[in-house]
Design a protein around this ligand. Sequence first.
Ligand code: NAD
Ligand code: WQD
Length: 344
Amino acid sequence: MKETILVTGGTGFIGSHTTVELQNAGYEVVIVDNLSNSQADVIDGIEKITGKRPAFEKVDLRDYDATEAVFRKYPDISGIIHFAASKAVGESVQKPLMYYRNNILSLVNLLELMPKYNVKGIIFSSSCTVYGQPDVLPVTEESPIKKAESPYGNTKQINEEIIQDTIKSGSPIKSIILRYFNPIGSHPTALIGEMPNGVPQNLIPYLTQTAIGIREQLSVFGDDYNTPDGSCIRDYIYVVDLAKAHVSAMTRIMEDKTEESVEIYNIGTGRGTSVLELINAFEQSTGVKLNYKIVGRRAGDIEKVWGNVDKANEKLGWRADTPLGDVLATAWKWQLALRERNIM
Ligand code: NAD
Ligand code: WQD
């Protein structure tokens, strides 16, 4: 039996998919989540997929004592994958203090408890948002970090520095920082997937909700950018491929293969796709015609970003290889499943 991994935010979108892949790789999983942006029945979906029910503790990581109680209850925890955070860029502009308290205090509590309970390493969920609008594309891990465009993005930059400073101060832990690009899609079983609260801010949930008729029309935010078809370009990565990157990274820590006390990796496909190309790929893959219109640009949007992922390919032995059409088909299958279950 492999080690026990604490997955914070494990009933969330990426955390639930990562729990599945950790279990598939033989790890025991303990999920901690305060259910502020997810539901506990996600655990049922995970169990249906893997046949193993992860342990679950409803705990708010801002509560130091409640978080410490988890480490006392599960003394075998050897590693942490830290997904728990608030992640809505727009909301972070309206409620900066909520974002700073939630995203920073949660990490500080975990870092303080790790040496006390002999936890070997932590994988941190960072974001390509730390790069802002890169001057050179594709963006590498050595690309300059730009001034954050939102309090949310700033919490990611600050958290990366907190990890570096903590380890530099002599903390005996290891860390791998994963900078994700745009995770999309859902598990092929359609038993777990992305469940945005309210009106989706991200492209894919809004797109599939338009395709199924929940939303009237998809607005494409601008086609006057300096890109081949004028719409913004992103690096859309399948959430299951992203989940597998976490297993590779955690195994690298567990097997003492890290070469530095903090390693940083871009986790994307290495390819850029425009909004209009993505819409076309969705229609081709599902046969569903999408009702959309071009509108003005969305404030804060960067024009184009995609990653150089050679380092993750080489050091983690990991690659995102699911074709975009197949990924979009999983997103559509998930939307249909939600309709079937009268959830949405
Ligand atoms: P999500 O909201 O689906 O999952 C986050 C989970 O954390 C939720 O289940 C929420 O209930 C929980 N949570 C939040 N605050 C908590 C707290 N104080 N204590 C305990 N649980 C708490 O988000 P996601 O899309 O799965 O993102 C996971 C991580 O990846 C986040 O750190 C996010 O910033 C990062 N990330 C996401 C994206 C993306 O596009 N989804 C891109 C880059 C990075
Ligand atoms: C993608 C593209 C929009 C909706 C955000 C966060 C980032 C990370 C991932 C957490 C853009 C266009 C979107 C719509 C559209 N989250 N779009 N119509 O903005 O790249 O990244 O999520 O870490 O931090 O900023 O993702 O899905 O919102 O937008 O035209 O209704 O789709 O303009 O070009 P984004 P997104």
